[in-house]
Design a binder for this molecule. Structure first.
Ligand code: SF4
Ligand code: SF4
Length: 240
């Protein structure tokens, strides 16, 4: 089982932490642009996943009646009978509405991912097409992260929004109004999942205080000399 790294908001420092841990020998799986945070990396593999359906209008069967335009609740079919791929969800209301059987479906790219060697470890960077959820892809890629972690001889870390079945979980927080609420949810989730849990407080925007009995790691700004010690402490906690 891997280690979940969660945060309730963007800009928490979670991706920076994942990048630092990857470079120290761990495997990081994330839907954030981790390559921007890596000092150097080499792309070992790149894969595209064609797993979503998109409507197409077969021009020589279509006798324009515009029933498909009316049927599409996503506004994905224009008045000149083109399907806007980014809006189409493959539902397939247009096909049911078409009296001429002029709608077909084609497979389109849902996501792509890259496996990178980064320092002593690995990073897996997922990019999901707009409108699609990242979680199912991250779940599917856990198998890839597990294989890399066996090669690296180190645990894998998965970005996520829930603790799931992880053996350990880290919640990364920065200053915001709902910290305590998210922290209580996290403590409850981790308790139910039987996961060992800890909290990282990102001090980049100033001090934060939270009430918790969990271990707390304070993340200084990256340029602070104490940053390296902070990453080492988190790495030790994961390996403990
Ligand atoms: S499949 Fe659904 S979303 Fe796509 S064009 Fe047809 S009605 Fe619209
Ligand atoms: S419903 Fe079928 S026949 Fe009518 S405009 Fe759309 S694709 Fe053409």
């Amino acid at each position: 089982m891997g280690v979940s790294v969660l945060s309730p908001m963007g800009g928490s420092g979670k991706t920076l932490l994942l990048a630092e841990l990857a470079q120290r020998g761990f495997v990081a799986l994330t839907a954030s642009p981790i390559s921007l945070f890596l000092r150097s990396y080499e792309i070992l593999e790149r894969h595209e996943i064609y797993d979503v359906l998109k409507a197409r209008i077969v021009a020589d069967r279509c006798e324009p009646c515009y029933k498909c335009v009316e049927a599409c609740k996503k506004g994905a079919i224009t008045r000149d009978l083109r399907v806007v791929e980014g809006l189409c969800e493959g539902c397939p209301a247009c096909a049911y509405a078409c009296p001429k059987g002029a709608i077909k479906f084609v497979q389109a790219k849902g996501a792509e991912y890259s496996i990178m060697k980064a320092g002593k470890g690995y990073a897996v960077e997922l990019r999901v097409e707009p409108g699609l959820r990242e979680e199912p892809y991250l779940e599917g890629l856990k198998g890839v992260a597990k294989r890399l972690s066996e090669d690296a001889g180190a645990p894998y870390l998965v970005e996520g929004s829930r603790v799931g079945g992880s053996r350990k979980a880290l919640l990364v927080l920065r200053s915001s109004y709902s910290l305590e609420e998210r922290l209580r949810e996290f403590e409850e989730e981790a308790g139910k999942a039987g996961a060992e849990a800890a909290v990282v407080l990102n001090l980049y925007r100033g001090p934060i205080r939270v009430r918790t009995s969990l271990p707390v790691f304070e993340m200084p700004p990256k340029e602070d000399p104490a940053f390296e010690d902070f990453v080492e402490e988190v790495a030790s906690w994961i390996l403990r």
